[in-house]
Design a protein around this ligand. Structure first.
Ligand SMILES: Nc1ncnc2c1ncn2[C@@H]1O[C@H](COP(=O)(O)OP(=O)(O)OP(=O)(O)O)[C@@H](O)[C@H]1O
Length: 266
C-alpha cells in the first residue's frame, strides 16, 4: 500500500532543473533505498518531501501523503508533521544537537512541543527510548560531546522514532561512522522498523547496506530515476547501464570499472 506518492517532482534553482520530473512511491513499512552518484539529486529529493529545501530552490509536482500535497502544505502544518509523522536523520547528526543542552533536555523539549505530558512522564519516555536503541539511562544527563558518534546517532534515531512516525527519511545516516558501528546502527534501525512498522527512505552511496536492508531500490543519475524495482530484481538483473556499473563497482570480487564509471559520471 502506498504511503507517499511522488508524482512529477522537479527541483530547480533559477538556472536549471536539478531533479527532473521524477515519480515513485514509498510503500507502507518498506525500506526504500535511493542510490546514485554524488550530486544526482538524492538528498534534494528527500529534503523536498519535508519542505527542507534551501530558499533558492523550488519544488514542483506532487508529493501526496494522506490526501495532502506536501509541497503545498502551509509551513506551520509541515512543521507539525515533521518529527511526528515524517522524521529525518542525517549524516551530520552532530548538527542535530544543541551542544550545551543535555540529551535529556533534547528529549524534554521535543516531547513538550508535541505532547501534553508531565516532566516525569517525559523523562520516563526518554529513558525507554534510549533503552530501545541500546543505550543506558545515564545517557539522559550527558551532553552530546560526551558521546561517541555511534551513540549520538543512536540518540538521533531514538528521537526520530519517538512519536512512531509513518516514515523515517535517513540521509546517509552512517557515512560519518566506522564500518562496524554503521553495521550495528543499521541492524538496529531495521529491528526498530520491524517493531514499529514505519517505512524508511534510505539515501546511500553504499550498496552493501542496500543489499543488507532494502526492500526496493531507486537508482538516480543526473536528477533522473534511471531504474527502480525490487532489490533482488535490480541487483540480480539490472537493466540500465549505470545500475550495472554501480553494482560492478561495489563488488569486492570484481575489479572496479573505474574508467567506465568516471565516464558515466561525467
Ligand atoms: N541549495 C542549492 N542550490 C543550488 N544547487 C544545489 C543546492 N543544493 C544542492 N545543489 C546541487 O544539486 C545537485 C544535487 O544535490 P544533492 O545533494 O541532492 O545530491 P546527492 O545525490 O544527494 O549527492 P551526495 O551523494 O553527494 O550527497 C548537486 O549538483 C548539488 O550541487
Amino acid at each position: 500500500m502506498s504511503l507517499v506518492s511522488v508524482n512529477g517532482l522537479s527541483i530547480s534553482n533559477k538556472q536549471k532543473d536539478i531533479v527532473k520530473d521524477i515519480s515513485f512511491q514509498i510503500l507502507k513499512g518498506e525500506w526504500l533505498a535511493i542510490v546514485g552518484q554524488s550530486g544526482s539529486g538524492k538528498s534534494l529529493t528527500s529534503s523536498a518531501i519535508g519542505q527542507l529545501l534551501g530558499p533558492n530552490l523550488r519544488a514542483a509536482g506532487n508529493v501526496s501523503y494522506e490526501g495532502m500535497n506536501l509541497l503545498e502544505l502551509p509551513p506551520k502544518k509541515m512543521r507539525a508533521l515533521r518529527g511526528t509523522r515524517i522524521s529525518y536523520i542525517f549524516q551530520d547528526y552532530q548538527g542535530s544537537f544543541t551542544p550545551f543542552h543535555t540529551i535529556g533536555r533534547h528529549f524534554q523539549e521535543f516531547l513538550k512541543t508535541h505532547l501534553k505530558l508531565s516532566k516525569d512522564v517525559r523523562k520516563k519516555k526518554a529513558e525507554e527510548a534510549l533503552k530501545d536503541v541500546g543505550l543506558q539511562p545515564e545517557i539522559y544527563s550527558r551532553y552530546p560531546f560526551q558521546l561517541s558518534g555511534g551513540q549520538l546517532q543512536r540518540v538521533s534515531i531514538a528521537l526520530a522514532l519517538l512519536l512512531e512516525p509513518d516514515i523515517l527519511i535517513a540521509d546517509e545516516p552512517t557515512t560519518a561512522l566506522d564500518s562496524i558501528t554503521s553495521f550495528k546502527v543499521l541492524q538496529l534501525l531495521e529491528k526498530l522498523q520491524q517493531e514499529k512498522g514505519c517505512a524508511i527512505l534510505f539515501i546511500t552511496h553504499d550498496l552493501r547496506h542496500v543489499k543488507n536492508h532494502a526492500d526496493r531500490i531507486l537508482v538516480m543519475k543526473e536528477g533522473e530515476i534511471v531504474e527502480q524495482g525490487e532489490k533482488r530484481q535490480v541487483l540480480d538483473n539490472p537493466v540500465h547501464p549505470y545500475t550495472k556499473l554501480l553494482i560492478e563497482a561495489s563488488s569486492p570480487l570484481r575489479k572496479p570499472a573505474t574508467e567506465k564509471i568516471l565516464e558515466v559520471a561525467k
